[in-house]
Design a protein around this ligand. Structure first.
Ligand code: CMX
Length: 136
């Protein structure tokens, strides 16, 4: 597989609007998009730094993965997403190397991109995501 860059880092927050302030008012970044991803029970806010995004995640449901994460661990880094050119091939290769997948098939994530998660128990305790780069 070819991993080209870190596509984004996901940060779990309690309140999106409160957390956006640090990135805009202190780091001087611009939030370029806010989007709800119903499938993942989150509302997201995006910032771009070079080719990498910061994705803030606020849970929209009390039983969602981000709500459960904050309840157990508090706010913080939730996952790291790697850009891959062919997500189906990346999942197949990863599984064949004994890594536990959460998603055996890609699904649609924020920004309409194909995404899939690997289980943190297989990846040094860090929830890991693949994002398929859009071919231009
Ligand atoms: N990073 C590292 N570990 C995590 C984790 C995370 N983000 N989320 C949960 N865990 C750990 C828990 O701490 C717990 O560990 P212990 O067994 O040592 O206590 C274990 O995983 C199980 O946690 P849980 O709260 O019982 O949660 P589940 O097993 O029901 O689900 C997970 C865990 C990772 C499978 C689930 O959160 C998942 O499917 N995540 C992928 C989808 C997702 O996170 N979507 C939100 C973001 C979407 C987006 O970017 O748009």
């Amino acid at each position: 597989m070819e991993v080209s860059h870190i596509e984004h880092i996901g940060i779990a927050v309690k309140n999106l609007n409160d957390s956006i302030k640090f990135f805009e008012e202190v780091l001087g970044l611009k939030c370029y998009g806010i989007e709800e991803v119903k499938d993942q029970k989150v509302k997201t806010a995006f910032f771009l730094i070079g080719k990498t995004k910061i994705e803030l995640l606020e849970s929209t449901e009390s039983d969602g993965p981000v709500a459960k994460f904050i309840e157990k661990r508090g706010e913080g880094v939730h996952h790291i997403a790697y850009a891959v050119d062919d997500i189906n091939a990346a999942l197949k290769e990863t599984e064949s190397k004994g890594i536990q997948l959460i998603d055996k098939e890609p699904r649609k994530g924020a920004e309409g991109l194909n995404i899939a998660f690997l289980h943190p128990k297989s990846t040094n305790g860090v929830l890991t995501e693949f994002v398929e780069t859009v071919k231009s």
